[in-house]
Design a protein around this ligand. Structure first.
Ligand SMILES: C[S@@+](CC[C@H](N)C(=O)[O-])C[C@H]1O[C@@H](n2cnc3c(N)ncnc32)[C@H](O)[C@@H]1O
Length: 315
């Protein structure tokens, strides 16, 4: 058994400040995890927090982690939040927080298969359903595996890794995958990060369709927030941060959807977000306490009264 380190919430004070909680308000924690953000929002006086997580374990552990009658837990992906909130008559909400990625509980539990340092089955499914990492790696063709590792891991030598994976099939354990990636890329003591990091990240992002979830989650938050409602999104790598940055730029009118040479009527919808803040990174003291926070970035913005640009709910 691996020791489970409780998840240390990242940029928590900054998230609570960005959501500017007024006592009695309703906030969504789209990524409940170990309930760190939820606890802080309730501590700041939220009248109600709706905690979403796609991982059934996170939802099952929720009431023990945050025993508070103001918490409503929903086992659902955050891309579905507007639909789930509407069904419960909870729309619109005053704030939405998203803390993208995996929790320490998921990473440290070897049997979930997310970790390259603790051996476990090749799983990596947050929702505990759908295609596992073993099914993907043992059946996809080499070009597809290389594309995933290049696009979602930004691994410059994705083809070498994919070739080594195909040659070693069938794979069943995370330790096997980590060892073959290290062998394919070369690994020596003193390297800043384990060469398997990028490949594991890529496979996880692919299996859980994480970038698409983020795109759809931002749109679902846009449809869920009231005028003046606040959005706070924490990401952990540049692929995710780029999606949030672009979304807020476009939605706030900083990147016009139409050209300034075109008639106003064709210039695109009215901005649905304003007060887009400069991104925040963890302070030195937070990094000293929690090195896992090193690449975290927080972006916040405020919902305007304009209609959501994309009314279509995600499937
Ligand atoms: C980084 S952790 C959140 C930690 C949390 N903020 C805390 O302080 O304890 C991310 C959590 O979000 C969940 N998650 C990831 N993508 C999701 C999605 N699309 N919908 C719902 N939950 C998701 C994961 O299962 C994980 O439990």
């Amino acid at each position: 058994m691996t020791a489970i380190v409780p998840h240390v919430p990242v940029l928590i004070n900054e998230v609570v400040a960005g959501l500017a909680v007024v006592p009695g308000e309703t906030h969504v924690d789209g990524t409940f995890g170990a309930g760190g953000y939820t606890q802080a929002l309730l501590g700041a006086g939220a009248g109600r927090v709706i905690g979403f997580d796609r991982d059934p374990d996170a939802i099952a552990n929720g009431p023990a982690l945050v025993p508070d009658p103001r918490l409503i837990l929903v086992h659902e992906r955050f891309s579905q939040m507007d639909r789930a909130l509407e069904e419960r008559d909870l729309l619109p909400v005053d704030g939405v927080a998203l803390d993208i990625g995996v929790s320490s509980m998921q990473l440290d539990q070897a049997e979930r298969g997310f970790s390259f340092s603790n051996d476990g089955p090749l799983d990596m499914r947050m929702s505990q359903s759908g295609q596992s990492a073993a099914e993907f790696l043992n059946h996809a063709d080499e070009a597809e595996i290389a594309r995933v590792i290049r696009d979602y891991g930004e691994e410059p030598r994705a083809r070498s890794v994919a070739r080594a994976i195909v040659a070693a099939r069938p794979l069943t354990r995370t330790a096997e995958l980590a060892a073959l990636v290290r062998k394919a890329l070369g690994h020596h003591a003193g390297m800043k990060s384990d060469p398997a990091t990028r490949t594991f990240q890529a496979i996880r992002i692919h299996l859980n369709a994480e970038l698409d979830e983020l795109e759809q989650g931002l749109r679902a938050a846009e449809r869920s927030l009231r005028t003046g409602g606040r959005l706070a999104v924490v990401t952990f790598h540049s692929l995710e941060d780029r999606i949030v940055k672009r979304f807020l730029r476009t939605r706030s009118g900083a990147t016009p959807a139409g050209s300034r040479h075109r008639p106003l009527a064709l210039a695109g919808p009215s901005p649905s977000f304003e007060q887009v803040a400069k991104p925040l990174s963890p302070s030195d003291s937070e990094l000293a306490r929690n090195p896992r926070a090193r690449s975290a970035r927080l972006r916040t913005a405020v919902r305007t009264g304009a209609p959501a640009w994309d009314q279509e709910k995600a499937a």
